[in-house]
Design a protein around this ligand. Structure first.
Ligand code: CO8
Length: 261
């Protein structure tokens, strides 16, 4: 595995890559060097055929406490505007493979936004989400106003963005932002996320990629366009080997053997 300074990477299960944010002293504050490494790892795993699902996590204390405030504090408008500050931080949303966020502790500001960029969020009971940017005189800048509003609705998103209050794992679950709060007795949220990623990795990679694309279309297209897009991709599946294999295996009462093609 390639070595990084601010993240750790590993392969905890067949077809699964795990990325752990590792800047513990700063509660995984998202600095430019950290994001450069994160983008590099995400891109590398997306291009690696032996990886079919990713998990992104932090520490018990913090998934990430936001963008690095100390790094941002003295920046000028012309600098952030001309330099397209934060624009490359969305790379995660452009990958083909599914990525699951396993969130414990603080997921604030850019940390909450980073979780929202992932395809699935699992939370430990300790998770604390929030968009506290209003408390430091700014607004969310990594999709917090848009993805959060999609995830939890307008009234709640307004409350969170305008008051800057944190919300609990349970609230995030009740509001549909996270799939599930994983009780500690189950062995932890990272294990649950790796297990889920392993299930996804055991499916046809080409069908998984198409499935991710069509669900994302629900957030980017009108309903009519989304339905047409889904139908076309569904039709397209009949050009894959895995469609023939999956349906034949069902008819022959056996397990399918995916070629991921
Ligand atoms: N940036 C830089 N350093 C941080 C950050 C941060 N966001 N959060 C924590 N740290 C540092 C602290 O400065 C401290 O460092 P030091 O020991 O050198 O003083 C260390 O981490 C530990 O933190 P605390 O001592 O504050 O720990 P507490 O347990 O007392 O408090 C909190 C934990 C409540 C999480 C507190 O640290 C806090 O409020 N942090 C800031 C939260 C915040 O405002 N986040 C939003 C930042 S703005 C933002 O994210 C814009 C989004 C941009 C888009 C990103 C796209 C992905």
């Amino acid at each position: 595995e390639k070595q990084y300074e601010f993240i750790l990477t590993s392969r905890p299960a067949e077809g699964v890559a795990l990325i752990t944010l590792n800047r513990p002293k700063a509660l995984n504050a998202l600095s430019t060097p950290l994001f450069t490494e994160l983008n590099d790892a995400v891109k590398r795993f997306d291009e690696d055929d032996s990886v079919r699902a990713l998990v992104l996590t932090g520490s018990d204390r913090a998934f990430a406490a936001g963008a690095d405030i100390k790094e941002m504090k003295d920046k000028q408008f012309s600098e952030v505007f001309k330099g397209k500050f934060l624009e490359s931080w969305g790379l995660l949303t452009t990958i083909r493979k599914p990525i699951i966020a396993a969130v414990s502790g603080y997921a604030l500001g850019g940390g909450c936004e980073l979780a929202l960029m992932c395809d699935i969020i699992l939370a430990s009971p300790s998770a604390k989400f929030g968009q506290p940017e209003i408390n430091i005189g700014v607004i969310p800048g990594g999709g917090g106003s848009q993805r959060l509003a999609h995830a939890i609705g307008k009234s709640r998103a307004m409350e969170i963005v305008l008051t800057g209050r944190n919300f609990t794992a349970q609230e995030a679950s009740d509001w549909g932002m996270v799939s599930r709060v994983v009780p500690d007795e189950e062995g932890g949220v990272v294990k649950a996320a790796v297990d889920m990623a392993a299930v996804i990795a055991s499916k046809s990679a080409i069908a998984v990629q198409a499935g991710k694309e069509v669900v994302n279309a629900a957030f980017e297209h009108t309903l009519a366009e989304g339905l047409r897009y889904e139908r076309r991709l569904f039709h397209g599946m009949f050009a894959t080997k895995d469609q023939k294999e999956g349906m034949s295996a069902f008819a022959e009462k056996r397990q399918p053997k995916w070629s991921h093609s």
